[in-house]
Structures are given as structure tokens and as C-alpha cells.
Design a protein around this ligand. Structure first.
Ligand code: NAP
Length: 247
């Protein structure tokens, strides 16, 4: 059997839970060695490393707050130092900042910008120094925030839209080096951030053509496609994995 990502090394930000953990497991199943960052959930991070190792791959959990500029660069450098190289970066870590615009505090706004925008930029900047021909960058945006916004998501939508601009500009800049840069726009996905049994879940479900939340593995499957050989000619794209919420 051919192992699709054999010999490749991936770094995923926010890989201890939710979508990032599913991406970590999926890329390990595909044959990559996988490093990932987390902020505070050390036990969950350990469990993901165990899952990666069960696929016969090397797993590395790195405590690094995406809001900390030194920590994110350190995470990239530690990945390269311990796993030997870097081929795939998945910018997944994100925080939700919600509420009517008058209610969004300066702290909440600063935190969302620091994690969802500045952290993505600085992690990418550090990673690009190590990516070679065939390198892959996948950013995780948001279908609702970017395509069909709703009241109460102004700060979150602003930060996720910034990643759209970054994705397209970098696709142009890094294309000549053989590096692809794409944006996945998940819709409602069953995680701690947006549980499928929350008070607002039925309202979200009513917008989904397929009538159900995505699983984190649904999003991870699209990451797997983009970072593999079959994704080599896809760059600068925004791909919604939202069950038709924005159809
Ligand atoms: N769930 C949805 O419906 C949905 C929809 C659209 C887009 N998204 C986007 O998808 C991404 C993942 O969301 P999710 O639903 O999987 O979230 P989640 O269940 O809240 O998990 C977030 C993950 O990111 C980590 N993380 C959070 N803040 C961090 C920080 N400052 N530095 C480093 N790691 C951090 C967490 O680490 P700890 O475990 O240590 O806290 C955890 O591993 C986010 O960018 C989110 O905006 C989600």
C-alpha cells in the first residue's frame, strides 16, 4: 500500500481538540509525522499524541499560545528541530469572539486578532522559511463568518476574513516556489466551540442543506486532499465544508 504522506512532516496549530485533533489524526493515518500546538489542554494533547503513535508515526505536542509571537515561532522551530523538516502547515487554532458590536470588549477583540490573525501570520512567516517545493499551507476560516455573516459575529468575521486575504496573496507569492496556500471554510462543526447539542444548534442546522453538523473528520478529509499529491494544482482557493449552508 502506498502511504500518501510518507516522509512528510506537518504542523497543526490548535491540535489538542476539535477540528485540529481530527486533522492531526488524519494526517498521521495518511503517513505524516505530526506536531501540533495547544494552549492549555495538556491531557487532550497527550491523547492525540498517543493516537498519532498508534498509526506508527511520530507525534509532538507543543504548548504554544497562538497569541504569543515568540511561542508560535518557537513551535515552528521545535518542529523542524525534532521532526527534521516541515512540509505542511495547518493554521487551525482560533477563538470565537461574539456578541453585538457594542458589547465586544477591547480584551476580547485584541485576543481574537492576536490568535486568529497575528498568530496565523507569524506562524506562517516562520514556516515559510522551511517549506520547500511541494509545501502546503492550509488555513481554517469560517463559512458563516466569511460568506453569510450573522448578527453578533462582527469581530470573529473580521478576523476570519483577514485570513482570506492572506491566503490569496500568499498563493501568488509562494506559487513560484511550488507551495500551495488554501483556505477551508468549515460550517457548523460539532466541537467544544460549537456543540451540535447547544441551545443555538437547531437554528444553525436549519441553514444546512444536508441538515446536519459536520464532524471534525469531515473537515480533516478536505485538509488531507489539499496536502496530498492530488491537491497539487489547487491554490488560492476557498473551499466550504459546510453541508451546503452557503449554497
Ligand atoms: N466548530 C465550528 O463550528 C467551526 C466553524 C467554522 C470555523 N471553525 C474554526 O475551526 C478552528 C477550530 O475550531 P474548533 O471548533 O475545533 O475549536 P475548539 O473545539 O475550541 O478547539 C480549539 C483548539 O485550538 C486550540 N487553541 C485555542 N486557542 C488557542 C491558542 N490561543 N493557542 C493555541 N491553541 C489554541 C485549543 O487548544 P486547548 O485544547 O489547549 O484549549 C484546541 O486544540 C477555529 O479556527 C475555528 O474558528 C470552527
Amino acid at each position: 500500500m502506498t502511504v500518501r504522506l510518507a516522509g512528510r512532516v506537518a504542523l497543526i496549530t490548535g491540535g489538542s481538540r476539535g477540528i485540529g485533533a481530527a486533522v492531526a489524526r488524519r494526517l498521521a493515518a495518511d503517513g505524516a509525522d505530526v506536531a501540533f500546538t495547544y494552549r492549555s489542554a495538556a491531557d487532550s494533547a497527550k491523547a492525540v499524541v498517543t493516537d498519532i503513535e498508534a498509526y506508527g508515526r511520530v507525534g509532538l505536542a507543543i504548548s504554544a499560545d497562538s497569541a504569543d509571537p515568540v511561542a508560535v515561532v518557537g513551535a515552528v522551530e521545535r518542529t523542524v528541530a525534532e521532526l527534521g523538516r516541515l512540509d505542511i502547515l495547518v493554521n487551525n487554532a482560533g477563538v470565537f469572539a461574539g456578541g453585538p458590536i457594542e458589547s465586544v470588549s477591547l480584551d476580547a477583540l485584541d485576543r481574537a486578532v492576536a490568535v486568529n490573525v497575528r498568530g496565523v501570520y507569524l506562524t506562517t512567516q516562520a514556516a515559510v522559511r522551511h517549506l520547500g517545493d511541494g509545501g502546503r499551507i492550509v488555513n481554517i476560516g469560517s463559512s458563516f463568518a466569511s460568506r453569510v455573516a450573522a448578527p453578533g459575529v462582527s469581530a470573529y468575521a473580521m478576523t476570519k476574513s483577514a485570513v482570506n486575504g492572506l491566503t490569496r496573496a500568499l498563493a501568488r507569492e509562494l506559487g513560484p516556489r511550488g507551495i500551495t496556500v488554501n483556505l477551508i471554510l468549515p460550517g457548523s462543526t460539532d466541537t467544544d466551540m460549537n456543540p451540535a447539542d447547544s441551545a443555538g444548534a437547531d437554528a444553525q442546522r436549519s441553514h444546512i442543506a444536508l441538515g446536519r453538523y459536520a464532524t471534525p473528520a469531515d473537515v480533516a478529509a478536505t485538509v488531507s486532499y489539499l496536502v496530498g499529491a492530488d491537491g497539487r494544482h489547487v491554490t488560492g482557493a476557498s473551499i466550504a465544508v459546510d453541508g451546503g449552508s452557503t449554497a
